[in-house]
Structures are given as structure tokens and as C-alpha cells.
Design a protein around this ligand. Structure first.
Ligand SMILES: Cc1cc2nc3c(=O)[nH]c(=O)nc-3n(C[C@H](O)[C@H](O)[C@H](O)COP(=O)(O)OP(=O)(O)OC[C@H]3O[C@@H](n4cnc5c(N)ncnc54)[C@H](O)[C@@H]3O)c2cc1C
Ligand code: SF4
Length: 511
């Protein structure tokens, strides 16, 4: 016996009491920024939509303020996933709303130059900024994306502006998908005031209002095909946080959209019989934005717990391959980067109320990796290595951050570079080390922006999906996560992935 939820219904783990069998027009796998846009747009276009999400929904009562504990609940592999080759941490969420529940809500359009480069290098005819702007606009207006207002910046964000002004670097308040942000700086552990317009609060409810059915705690394990047509997805209901499998489910659909994230989608395609892989590009070309951060300590208190998590940015160096931002994380996570032992460590931690943390993310277009399936698991193995030229850009970006801290009046900078003094006390001291040849393992890096593992290419021999997100080898199988980005968007990837997802939804609705 099977059970079928009514239109507009959400099913959580406790609701399942038997196997589930559904039929619909469109099944969307994954409720992150990509999948939820597709679900809402198609439900509003009158399609019967089922949205399937492996993670559970979270409410403010479920959020854990402790960073480590929060990660064990909201992130895959408890937030400890890393690449192999160059070992680099990378986090992917597992929850209704995907990465949007834990991210900093930064929404930046890819620069015109970056998109023009994609068009010429990946045979894309409609990928210019002018082509994508209507899709960016639609997402921006639905989510209320706007620059961070001054009253919630807090000192650590405004010091960044001061630094840029002093050095003549352009800077601006970051545009974010928030409404009524209070500047609590806790985006990473979940916005308790519900200001962040994460997908579980914005696009998913809109999809439900338009009649979409949502299955949470439902892990898709296989995509069924008949010839060139995808016909269904199937899998198991899984217990939140533990993943223990229970009831089976199957959703038959006329169209299948995969938006499980750029690490899960390639694994699903491979496990389902190496689908959509005539180009041999499924799982290839994996790219990241490796990021590094430094902490400046100022003479006056910065009250770093107050202020939008990431409120200010500089696109001044995007042409050189890096973007600069302010940053805040729960102090326990910040402590991981703080050098020293015993009393020295305590001294550094006591300085946090006087500190600001800023980061640089790098477009590493030469550093390509792979997503490989793991035996009997949906968790991927990730191979990735730093290209020496890309690493040089990261090292330069770190020294720009150091320079900025001193320009803003910091009395010292804690940079976390192995082999250099733990802290610099002046820009002159920092400059004596700037020319030192560093190795990738000398700098602490992490990367939560990942993309391109099922890249878009106009030529079916070189890419997995076409410009509208349809897998080249199929009639009705689409991908709508960051995996479709041809390469680095030069800026934070969520907004561009959503613009693509919006275009994909429009294309499906027009069929
Ligand atoms: C801490 C952090 C901060 C970040 N900050 C920003 C930021 O401020 N701005 C920005 O642009 N980017 C940011 N990012 C990156 C951004 O969040 C991601 O690029 C974005 O979420 C990717 O969207 P997506 O739809 O491709 O995939 P995801 O958001 O990963 O969503 C995929 C969804 O699919 C589900 N899923 C996976 N496998 C299955 C399966 N087999 N069955 C069913 N469901 C499945 C997952 O549980 C997940 O909910 C940040 C990321 C992190 C981790
Ligand atoms: S800074 Fe605080 S209030 Fe603002 S969006 Fe993030 S968590 Fe919500």
C-alpha cells in the first residue's frame, strides 16, 4: 500500500508510515537555491510539481548557536568533507533550502566580462549579462535582494570600507537576500530572526502555495530512463541527522530536474547507469573558490558579534582573479585559525572583541578537480589540486588583506600563514615577508563555493548540459544546480545559479 500527499502538502520524516508512490509533471531533486527556483516557477506555471529533499526542515528552535554542533546537523559529513590531493575543507548543506540556510546570503551578479568569456570559450549563444539580467532581476525582486544598510554593518564591516577608501580600492555594501536583517552575524548557524530569505522561507513556500508537493527526508538514489527519456526517481526515506533508511519512494514524472548540488548530482547520474555522460564530462572540471582569511586586531573594541555576517565587499581585484569580503563566523570556528598554545592562545582569543576578520576568494580557473562516486555511498570522493598560478593569486590576495588591515588602523594582523611569524605588527614588517615563496600547504584555505561538475557547453562533446540546462543526451532530464556553471563566476555563485535555474524553469514551462 502506498500513500500520496495532497497538492500543496509538505511531508516531514514523522509523516511517513508506508512506501510513497507519486506521479507528477515535474520532479525536482534538491531544494537548494537551484531546485527551489525551478519548483516555484513551474508550480506557478501550472505544472504539477514534486520537490524531493534529503534533509529535514529547520525552525529557529532547531538552530544550534554552537558552530561545531550546528555543522553536525546542517552539513553533509558533519561539515568535515574535504578534497583529496590538496586537502581543503568544503561544506555542503543537507536541509530544506540547501546551502541557503547556512550561507551569508551574498548575491552578486557575475561581471559582464566573465559571462562574455563563458560565451566564447563554451560556445554559448545566450549567456551574456544582457541575456541573464532578466533572470537575475526576477530572482532579485522575489527575494528582495538589496545592499546591506549602514545601520546593520557594525564596526568590523565599516572598517573594511575605511581600508578600501584609504587605499583607493573600490568597495560597496554587499547585496543580500534578507528582509529586516538585525545584524546578528549568525547566518552560518541559521537566521533565528528569520530575516534571511533562505529558500525554505521564500521559494519553497511559494512553490507550495502554487500546489507543489514537498517530500523532505527523502533521499533519491536512482533515476530511471527509457531511451532518451527520464521517467522517474526513486529512493528511501531517511532519518534526519542519522540517514538511516526506511520507507521506499518512487516519483514518476514527465520531466526530471536534478538540483542536488554539484557534488551529489554527478554521483546520482553515475549510479543510475552513467546517464548523460556521452561527453565523459560528468563529474569532471570541478572548481572551487578557495578562500583564505586574516584577522586584524584594532586598538578599540569592534564588537564583532554585531553586524551583518558579511556586509562589505570589494570587486576591485576581480580582474586579477580574487574578490575581497568581510567575514564573521562563530568564535569556536574562528579559534581554529588562531595560532599558539596555552597562554598565547588565550591571549589571542581574548583579542577577538577587538578584531575584524576579512577574507579573499579566488577564481581558480586552472585548478580543476573531479567528483568520483564512492562505493555503496552517495557521498563523493573529491579530487582537487591547486594550480601554482592560482595559488600565487591567493597568496597575493592575503597580502592585500594584510595591507588593508593596517590602512584601517589595525595594530596587528594574525594571518595564519605557516612558516611566517604568527602576527605582523606593521605593513613594513609584512612587506619583508611578501616575496617569500609559499606553498599551498602554508596557507589555511577552505572553499564553500563549488561548481562546474556537470558544466554547460554549447557543444555536446564538451559539456553535460545545453544553455537551458537540458542534458545533451536526453529529451527531458535537466540540471539546475551550480554544477552547470561552465567555470568560476568570479563572484559568489548562488545568484548566478539561481538565474540559470530561472531560465531553465522558463524553458521547461514553454515546452
Ligand atoms: C557556509 C556557506 C556559506 C556560503 N555563502 C554563500 C553566499 O553568501 N553567497 C553565495 O553565492 N554562495 C554562498 N555559498 C555557496 C552557496 O550556498 C551554494 O553555491 C548554493 O547553495 C548551491 O546551490 P545548489 O542549489 O546548487 O545546491 P545546494 O544548496 O547544495 O542544494 C542541494 C540540495 O539537494 C539536496 N540533495 C542532495 N542529494 C540529494 C539526494 N540524493 N536526494 C534528495 N536531495 C538531495 C541537498 O540536501 C541540498 O539541500 C555558501 C556556502 C556555504 C556552505
Ligand atoms: S546577520 Fe543575523 S539577522 Fe542578518 S540575515 Fe544573518 S543571521 Fe539573519
Amino acid at each position: 500500500m502506498t500513500s500520496v500527499p495532497a497538492k500543496g502538502q509538505v511531508r516531514v520524516f514523522a509523516d511517513y508510515d508506508r512506501d510513497v508512490d507519486e506521479r507528477c509533471d515535474v520532479v525536482v531533486v534538491g531544494s537548494g537555491p537551484g531546485g527551489s527556483v525551478v519548483a516555484k516557477e513551474l508550480a506557478e506555471a501550472g505544472r504539477d510539481v514534486v520537490l524531493v529533499e534529503e534533509g529535514p526542515p529547520f525552525t529557529p528552535q532547531d538552530f544550534e548557536w554552537d558552530g561545531g554542533r550546528s555543522m553536525t546537523r546542517t552539513m553533509r559529513e558533519a561539515g568535515l568533507r574535504t578534497t583529496r590531493g590538496h586537502v581543503m575543507p568544503t561544506m555542503q548543506a543537507i536541509c530544506l533550502g540547501g546551502g541557503s540556510l547556512v550561507n551569508s546570503a551574498i548575491c552578486v551578479r557575475s561581471p559582464e566580462r566573465t559571462l562574455a568569456g563563458w560565451c566564447s570559450d563554451y560556445d554559448l549563444e545566450h549567456g551574456s549579462r544582457a541575456d541573464l539580467d532578466p533572470h537575475y532581476d526576477a530572482v532579485a525582486s522575489f527575494l528582495g535582494i538589496a545592499p546591506t544598510p549602514e545601520n546593520v554593518q557594525g564596526p568590523r564591516n565599516l572598517l573594511f570600507k575605511r581600508a578600501c577608501d584609504a587605499l583607493g580600492y573600490s568597495s560597496e555594501p554587499i547585496a543580500r537576500n534578507v528582509r529586516g536583517c538585525r545584524g546578528s552575524g549568525e547566518c552560518f548557524t541559521g537566521c533565528r530572526s528569520r530575516a534571511k530569505q533562505s529558500m525554505d522561507l521564500a521559494y519553497v513556500p511559494a512553490a507550495i502555495r502554487a500546489g507543489a508537493r514537498v517530500l523532505t527526508s527523502a533521499r533519491v538514489e536512482r533515476i530511471a530512463m527509457q531511451g532518451r527519456r527520464a521517467t522517474a526517481v526513486s529512493g528511501r526515506v531517511v532519518a534526519p541527522f542519522r540517514g538511516t533508511p526506511s520507507w521506499r519512494f518512487r516519483v514518476e514524472a514527465k520531466t526530471v530536474v536534478l538540483a542536488a548540488g554539484c557534488m551529489a548530482t554527478p554521483v546520482l547520474l553515475r549510479r543510475s547507469g552513467d546517464l548523460a555522460n556521452a561527453s565523459r564530462q560528468v563529474g569532471e572540471n570541478l572548481q572551487f573558490h578557495p578562500g583564505t582569511a586574516a584577522m586584524g586586531v584594532f586598538p578599540e573594541p569592534t564588537h564583532p558579534q554585531f553586524g551583518a555576517t558579511q556586509g562589505y565587499q570589494s570587486l576591485h581585484f576581480v580582474g586579477e582573479g580574487f574578490k575581497l569580503e568581510t567575514l564573521w563566523t562563530p568564535p569556536a570556528l574562528l579559534a581554529v585559525r588562531v595560532p599558539g598554545y596555552g597562554l598565547e592562545l588565550k591571549r589571542h582569543l581574548a583579542e577577538i572583541p577587538y578584531a575584524a576578520e576579512w577574507d579573499a576568494i579566488v577564481s581558480t580557473n586552472r585548478s580543476l578537480g573531479r567528483v568520483v562516486s564512492r562505493w555503496r555511498s552517495l557521498d563523493p570522493v573529491l579530487h582537487w589540486n591547486f594550480h601554482p598560478e592560482d595559488f600565487r593569486i591567493l597568496a597575493r590576495a592575503l597580502f592585500v588583506l594584510v595591507e588593508m588591515f593596517f590602512a584601517a588602523g589595525a595594530k596587528k594582523v594574525v594571518h595564519g600563514v605557516h612558516g611566517l611569524p604568527d602576527e605582523f605588527h606593521s605593513i613594513d614588517e609584512a612587506r619583508t615577508h611578501e616575496r617569500r615563496e609559499l606553498r599551498p600547504t602554508d596557507i589555511v584555505v577552505a572553499a564553500n563555493h563549488a561548481f562546474s561538475s556537470t558544466r554547460m557547453h554549447g557543444n555536446p562533446r564538451h559539456g553535460v548540459v545545453d544553455e537551458l540546462g537540458r542534458c545533451h543526451d536526453t529529451d527531458n532530464l535537466y540540471i539546475a544546480d551550480t554544477g552547470v556553471l561552465p567555470r568560476s563566476p568570479s563572484v559568489n555563485p548562488m545568484f548566478t545559479a539561481m538565474a540559470f535555474a530561472h531560465r531553465t524553469a522558463r524553458a521547461i514551462a514553454a515546452r
